[in-house]
Design a protein around this ligand. Structure first.
Ligand code: NAI
Ligand code: MG
Length: 360
């Protein structure tokens, strides 16, 4: 029997509730697909600060390095809001991404037909939207030198540097072509090469890599145009790849196009490691009440099955079970509207598991 080691970092707020729900779904995957998952829990975020004084203890990092994948809930909360920036729970997230060299952030944004009204766009515009934004995570203007606020002739000047090496571009572009191959075989590369030299290099490298992927249709868009097309024709996109800062903005835009925060999964992947987590935060306002929507985390685990374990069928089954559960009218409060069946974290998870059994 195949077996995989998963580092489980529940974190703060609703983190433990939504991760526990997701582990039940993975338990069903074990049963249906003859596979074994070995879980080891580690501390991250506020709870790690409370117990060890640091948001990412070395033992947690070791545990993650030693695992086939990492499943994370969320971190942070009002209890830790007054700590200095470099001691806060969120620091744990930045550090883990850096230490594991997770250079590609994958953010799928899919419209679920039963939730089509959650989109701020017209149903006829968003219907069928199912895209994935790949954001480069380790380079760009966030890290480039020189940076700072300097004095020049008695005036202050603020400086950041947009910088990419060809190797940094190539690895994320290859990853994106590989992902597009597993999906609808279309890749949109987004840059600003009409103005920026770094974008010119980006585009050249994309063209070079594309020669190895003749089966994937390639499109180039300028970032400003892409921002418009995301709301005009969201369903025309499959995989979008772009740099760190453009990806930061476009992935949030893509998320809002499809609607609910409680439904958005993500992955951060590198060559050796991968981490899966919901896009939303620790939702301290509803923590401990049993009403958190576990679907974003469950769909993150579905991504883990596909991208880390090559279990495409199991991944598709989890997605299908989520969709059927919505079709049957079950809604956690964050996605509830009148006339539907309002349920909590446990019940919606029960229904998803039942539907996995039914559609296997
Ligand atoms: P948030 O995403 O935690 O919550 C925003 C709103 O959405 C809240 O009203 C919350 O109840 C609701 N919500 C979020 N996820 C939900 C779910 N699964 N089910 C039902 N409702 C849900 O963002 P907020 O309030 O800005 O941040 C709260 C804490 O989370 C802060 O400490 C923040 O720093 C942290 N945070 C952590 C992230 C992470 O761990 N990756 C990401 C974003 C924020
Ligand atoms: Mg952002």
């Amino acid at each position: 029997m195949q077996s995989f080691r998963i580092a489980v970092l529940k974190g703060d707020g609703i983190g433990p509730e939504i991760v526990d729900a997701t582990l039940r779904v993975l338990g069903k995957v074990e049963e249906l697909f003859n596979v074994k998952f070995e879980y080891k829990e580690g501390l991250i975020g506020g709870i790690a600060i409370d117990e060890t004084g640091t948001p990412l203890p070395d033992e947690t990092l070791e545990l993650c390095r030693d695992s086939d994948a990492v499943l994370l809930g969320a971190v942070g909360g009002p209890k830790w809001d007054n700590l200095p920036t470099d001691k806060r729970p969120e620091r744990g997230l930045l550090k883990i991404r850096k230490e594991l060299d997770l250079y590609a952030n994958l953010r799928p944004a899919k419209v679920w037909e039963p939730l089509i009204d959650a989109s701020p766009l017209k149903p006829e515009v968003v219907r069928g939207t199912d895209m994935l934004v790949v954001r480069e995570l380790t380079g760009d203007v966030y890290y480039g030198e020189p940076r700072g606020i300097f004095e020049e002739g008695g005036k202050r000047v603020g400086v950041n540097t947009m910088r990419y090496t060809e190797d940094e571009i190539r690895r994320v572009v290859i990853k994106s072509f590989e992902i597009a191959r597993k999906r609808r075989k279309k890749l949109t590369s987004v840059d600003k090469s009409n103005v920026l030299e770094v974008s010119g290099l980006w585009k050249q490298v994309v063209e070079e890599v594309s020669k190895d992927y003749p089966d994937v249709e390639l499109e180039h868009l300028y970032v400003d145009n892409c921002a418009m097309q995301l709301v005009r024709r969201p369903s025309s996109f499959d995989v979008i790849v772009t740099g760190n800062i453009f990806g930061d903005i476009l992935s949030d835009e893509a998320g809002v196009v499809v609607g609910s925060l409680g439904m958005l999964p993500s992955a951060s992947v590198g060559d050796k490691h991968a981490l899966y987590e919901p896009v939303h935060g620790s939702a301290p306002d509803i923590a401990g009440k049993g009403v958190a929507n576990p679907i974003a985390t469950i769909l993150s685990a579905a991504m883990m099955l596909k991208y880390s374990f090559g279990m495409d069928k199991a991944s598709d089954l989890v997605e299908k079970a989520v969709e059927e559960t919505l079709n049957q009218g079950y809604r956690t409060p964050d996605i509830y509207s009148q006339g539907y069946n309002r349920v909590g974290t446990q019940e919606i998870t029960d229904k998803i598991i039942e539907n996995m059994e039914r559609y296997k």
